[in-house]
Design a protein around this ligand. Structure first.
Ligand code: CS2
Length: 492
């Protein structure tokens, strides 16, 4: 028996571990996925694993656009990996088999383009994170000066970016008379389908106006709302799971019991029956997307910046502090909920109660530092859209502005004890430079950061109803620190 999880060792796993209920050799590729991170493997790949037993045409070829790590781990495992679902009640393990092959895009560009251009491929799914769309987060339009976009427009056949790969594959399909695949983004962007469509159309148009029109009129990009909390896997996770399997799994994913996938049903080339695995198909995803981005992700980012500054390592640690729970409940109930327009029957109260419990899940070690990453790409849809709606209604943004202020304090790169913060953000260098130039002092720092129009747009920086509370909260954070600021926060 192999000492590694793979096709050979599958049959010898302990009985209680669920494994693919279908013959993997009979599966063909219907989906190419870009961005094979932990999230994809704990979400879309699981829904797809569920439906492969009913229909073998929807196997996944998954690509990483940068790092070879997932390939190196999964190739010796025949693409198999463990899904661990953890809560206070314990841990359930299941082997997922829906990913048939992994491609490292920079090493095998043609291989990936061939898979995308293959007529059997009907859907290209994406989890490339917010920054992977190479767009301007404030406006949702393609950033034409992005180095990867500049590169991809010059070298169409050897792209680096997700838009570059998709448009080149669509171009090849069109030339060969193969209908376009559906592009299904599963990232936390606002109106994610519409955003990806805008980005792809513009990219194509820059190559050739006719190609731009083709993408605009022929390519379907349904919007989706995806939800499952998936922290980075740790060495402890790997060890614990290996012991339970009696074989090594180098690349398991660890997640929570909750999972949700709401999808607009626009798949001209067909799709898997993901509804059989619990996905919801609707005509318009936007209300669900707002609910999720603003309640879950808006709270998450607020918890991440304030929690990190307060010295808490994980979201669960942060939520063990009752002052933070009060703040987040206030944020959700008082400031976010009035901006949501849910379809009849949606039960926001229980959604919010569940969120608080999910954040408290002590079995998930979701680091505040991990969520704090890429704030420049996240703030607009998580906090600033809500801020705009509130200002339009003449309503208070006390807690929202505290979240924004905490981000400002965090991106200076120096914590409350004077130690360095490892700020990961495509704008990290610029943020640091602005903070250094401002040279301390809440007012100057806030003023400098408001000047980043890719984040704040043109409207917010000139609205004192926004700039004043953010600046005041930033001053508090400097004066009192995050823990006291949150403890004393009245929310008025
Ligand atoms: C988190 C999300 O890392 C982050 O920014 O807020 O990944 C979050 O866990 C997911 O969106 C939950 O669905």
């Amino acid at each position: 028996m192999s000492d590694r999880l793979n096709e050979d060792s599958l049959a010898d796993l302990p009985e209680n571990i669920r494994r693919p209920a279908y013959d993997r050799r009979a599966v063909t590729t219907g989906i190419v996925h870009l961005g094979i991170g932990a999230f994809h493997r704990a979400h879309q790949a699981v829904y797809t694993d569920d439906v492969l037993a009913l229909d073998p045409r929807w196997g996944i070829v998954a690509a990483s656009l940068r790092s070879p790590d997932t390939f190196d781990a999964l190739a010796p495992q025949d693409g198999l990996y463990t899904l661990s679902v953890r809560s206070q009640a314990g841990e359930a393990l299941r082997i997922i088999g829906s990913i048939g092959r992994v491609i490292v895009a920079p090493r095998a560009t043609d291989d990936l383009l061939d898979a995308m251009a293959d007529p059997r491929t009907k859907i290209v799914t994406l989890t490339v994170t917010e920054k992977g769309y190479c767009h301007d987060p404030a406006t949702g339009t393609l950033n034409e000066a992005h180095p990867d976009i500049v590169h991809d427009l010059a070298y169409l056949r050897t792209p680096r970016s997700a838009p570059g790969f998709i448009v080149e594959a669509l171009r090849r399909r069109r030339r060969a008379g193969v209908p376009p695949f559906t592009v299904l983004t599963c990232d936390n962007l606002p109106s994610n389908g519409r955003t990806v469509k805008r980005v792809l159309t513009r990219f194509a148009e820059l190559i050739d106006p006719d190609l731009g029109r083709f993408v605009e009129s022929e390519v379907s990009c349904p919007s989706t709302m995806v939800d499952r909390i998936v922290p980075a896997t740790s060495d402890q996770d790997r060890q614990r799971i290996g012991e339970a399997l009696h074989v090594e799994d180098a690349w398991p994913v660890v997640t929570e019991p909750f999972t949700q996938w709401v999808i607009e049903d626009r798949f001209p080339q067909g799709r898997p029956a993901w509804e059989k695995a619990g996905a919801e198909f609707v005509a318009d995803v936007e209300p669900y997307e707002h609910m999720k981005l603003r309640l879950l992700n808006g709270s998450h980012s607020t918890l991440a910046y304030l929690g990190y500054l307060a010295g808490y390592e994980t979201v669960a640690d942060t939520m063990a502090d009752p002052a933070f729970v009060r703040l987040i409940e206030g944020l959700m109930d008082e400031e976010v909920t009035p901006t949501l327009h849910m379809p009849p029957g949606a039960d926001l109260a229980s959604y919010k109660r569940a969120l608080i419990e999910r954040f408290k899940n002590p079995a998930l070690k979701h680091r505040t530092w991990q969520i704090a990453m890429d704030g420049s790409q996240k703030l607009p849809q998580r906090l600033l859209g809500t801020v705009r709606d509130r200002l339009r209604d003449g309503a208070s943004i006390a807690r929202l502005s505290l979240g924004v202020a905490a981000w400002m304090r965090y991106v200076t790169g120096i914590d409350e004890k004077g130690a360095a913060i490892d700020v990961r953000d495509p704008m990290a260098a610029r943020l640091r430079e602005l903070a250094d130039e401002a040279g301390g002092g809440a007012e100057r720092l806030a003023h400098a950061l408001f000047g980043i129009r890719e984040i704040f747009g043109d409207d917010l920086p000139s609205d004192p109803r926004f700039t004043q509370p953010v600046t005041a909260h930033l001053a508090w954070l400097y004066e009192k620190g995050a823990r006291r600021t949150v403890a004393e926060f009245g929310g008025a």
